[in-house]
Design a protein around this ligand. Structure first.
Ligand SMILES: [Zn+2]
Length: 328
């Protein structure tokens, strides 16, 4: 089984910092494309587009909870599909990558604050010792908890991150629960850990203003997925959002990669580069059809300083220290 690479291995490599594998039953139930992505096809897509590596997470939800019932009744019910949240999903992700030798995929492990935190933590420790794990992922919207709740309900996940020198990527949105300001509060309290605010912090002015305070050197921002986000925000722009021309995704990306050059990470949210509700007539969630290659072409156009990008990627994954060798 392969070991984790040391940080120097990734020098000048292009890493997609935000992709998913698995089945998203919520999307299947709600009639949303896409609802699945398998590891082999992701690995091939990344390779075909000359991207060197992709950080990969499970899908946002876990079959430990009955998601069909959640969408019908708005409440979480547990199932006997597995013993605790993300047990199956994390295991399948790691198994696929290692047994099929998909060496361009670098796994992050998911967790939930809703149930069985201690059992999840024990399992994560076991997996991190056994497999080359590169980070943790938390999906606020899917778990219906805020980033600050991690410190209240799942402090031991933060201890795992510290123990194994793992960064944490956190989903954000422009609502109260998933607001990226919660990630900044968490990052201020845990300044020895590294966090990535996903999805450009949803372009929120309040988030970028707070970032200017200079208090958050441990916070990174990902660009996943630029084209769809710009398309969607073109419709819903309001005073809360930075005033940019969202009809021009290349310029939007360039603005962030130029102005936040010490913390931007390039990512695609593959397979959600293209997002489409096929059981609804609402057009608000439809992006124009976008492929993975479109996001890669955008990277080439928008990111002028590839060296800065590479150094951000390495600092996010390893911090200032060297790789924590888990295979002792
Ligand atoms: Zn995502």
């Amino acid at each position: 089984m392969s070991k984790k690479h040391s940080s120097s291995f990734f020098k000048d490599r292009i890493i997609d910092c935000h992709t998913h594998c698995g089945i998203e039953w919520s999307n299947f139930y709600l009639g949303i494309h896409p609802y699945c992505q398998d590891a082999l096809s992701l690995s091939n897509t990344v390779d075909d587009c000359a991207v060197d590596f992709a950080l990969v997470f499970t899908m946002p939800t876990t079959i430990y909870f009955d998601m069909f019932r959640y969408w019908r009744e708005g409440k979480y019910y547990t199932t006997d599909n597995c013993d605790f949240p993300f047990q199956l999903e994390n295991h399948v992700l790691l198994q696929q990558i290692t047994t099929m030798r998909l060496d361009n995929l670098l796994p992050f492990l998911s967790f939930s604050l809703r149930d069985s935190v201690d059992r999840q933590v024990d399992y994560l420790r076991q997996l991190v010792k056994q497999y080359p794990v590169y980070g943790l992922k938390y999906h606020t919207a899917a778990d219906q908890c805020s980033a600050q709740d991690i410190a209240k309900l799942g402090k031991s996940f933060l201890e795992v991150a510290e123990e194994f020198n793992l960064p944490i990527t956190i989903h954000c949105n422009d609502d109260d629960l998933c607001n990226p300001l919660h990630i900044l509060s968490l990052a201020a309290d845990y300044s020895h850990l590294r966090f990535c605010v996903a999805h450009y912090g949803k372009f929120l002015k309040s988030f970028f203003n707070e970032l200017e305070s200079g208090k958050y050197p441990n916070v990174f921002i990902d660009s996943a997925p630029t084209i769809s986000l710009c398309f969607r925000y073109g419709d819903t722009r309001n005073n809360a959002t930075l005033s940019l021309d969202y009809s021009n995704p290349i310029n939007v990306a360039r603005f962030f990669f130029d102005n936040y050059s010490d913390r931007m990470l390039w990512g695609t949210d593959m397979p959600w580069v293209y997002y489409f509700r096929f059981m609804s007539d609402t057009v608000s969630n439809r992006a124009k059809r976008v492929s993975y290659r479109d996001e890669v072409l955008l990277l080439d156009e928008a990111v002028r300083d590839k060296k800065a990008l590479s150094s951000n990627q390495i600092r996010f994954l390893y911090g200032k220290g060297e790789v924590c060798d888990t295979k002792s």
